[in-house]
Design a binder for this molecule. Structure first.
Ligand code: FAD
Ligand code: FES
Length: 277
């Protein structure tokens, strides 16, 4: 069931000069969300921006409150950061398919998170779930610079081993997170048992990750970031080209299918997306 609700701001706290933690009171939704889903947030009392903004569920705080971590990049997020505790936004959700957790039930290897930039947002919720399932998690987190590193302390508290890369080399591995993962996988001791990947981040990162996963024959899922219109599958403003295979694990492509990131995703099998277009 889809809810359109007014949500009171409980916290709207600066984490870095451009990244904020928003906590919303949405009791009707808090218990109905799964990791990898998102909320479509509309600012009230303005028509600019007119459209909602998609934001991932970062964490379920308690039975009433949901946490979001967002970066200020344009008008919508700028106005959001200006909002005070006690004010209200409109929230549509739950939206999106979320991560498919059944895929790791029979795979006893470690779980790998690969997060690029604000792609870090959904992983606290997922880490909490995997902690309950007692799964070993290694989180590979890539940011432009150390000043933007957020959420990694929460991941550590949830038992994840965290490996950081920064584009400018100000913290951890200098370079792309996909290259850091490649180096890790190249070590003989990390090849067995095979890890399963959950990833979220910008498209070039996910495409590079697909290549790394293919070289090590790893399975996984990627959550796509795309500008959205309706967020509910109606406007076709977020379509991505995908391939369907003849059967599970097969190499032969049966058909090309256009899917809506908001409704059929945002999470897809790592081999499903046709990045080349
Ligand atoms: C499913 C989903 C979940 C998301 N979760 C989060 C999250 O948890 N935290 C977070 O900080 N951001 C998240 N985003 C991205 C977020 O929705 C955008 O940053 C936001 O909509 C920008 O709104 P704005 O009005 O501030 O910027 P706009 O004025 O709309 O845009 C400013 C600039 O950002 C670019 N931009 C806008 N939206 C996107 C996008 N989706 N992908 C790439 N570039 C974009 C525009 O091209 C423009 O250059 C998510 C996006 C999706 C699709
Ligand atoms: S945003 Fe309208 S169909 Fe996806």
């Amino acid at each position: 069931m889809l809810y359109d609700l007014k949500a009171k701001i409980i916290k709207n706290k600066k984490l870095t000069p451009s990244i904020y933690y928003l906590e919303l009171k949405i009791p009707k939704l808090a218990g109905k969300l799964i990791p990898g889903q998102f909320l479509h947030v509309r600012l009230l009392g303005t028509t600019d921006p007119l459209l909602r903004r998609p934001l991932s569920v970062n964490r379920i705080v308690n039975k009433n409150n949901v946490g979001i971590v967002y970066k200020v990049v344009g008008k919508g997020t700028y106005l959001l950061k200006e909002m005070a505790v006690g004010e209200t936004v409109d929230v549509l959700g739950p939206l999106g398919n979320g991560f498919d957790l059944s895929k790791i039930e029979n795979n006893k290897g470690p779980v790998i998170f690969v997060a690029g930039g604000m792609g870090i947002a959904p992983f606290v919720f997922l880490a909490k779930y995997l902690r309950v399932k007692k799964r070993k998690v290694i989180a590979f987190v890539g940011m432009d610079t150390k000043k933007e590193l957020v959420v990694i302390d929460e991941l550590k508290k949830l038992g994840c081993k965290v490996k950081v890369s920064t584009d400018d080399g100000s913290r951890g591995f200098k370079g792309y997170v996909s290259d850091m993962l490649e180096k890790y996988l190249a070590k003989p001791q990390t090849r067995i048992p095979k890890p399963y990947i959950y990833a979220c981040g910008p498209k070039p990162m996910l495409k590079a990750l697909r290549d790394v996963a293919a070289s090590y024959n790893l399975k996984g899922q990627v959550s796509l970031d795309e500008m959205m219109g309706c967020g509910i599958g109606a406007c076709l403003g977020c379509v991505v080209k995908t391939r369907n295979f003849t059967e599970q694990g097969a190499k032969e492509v049966k058909e090309i299918v256009y899917k809506r990131i908001c409704k059929d995703g945002p999470v897809f099998d790592i081999n499903e997306i046709i990045w080349e277009d």
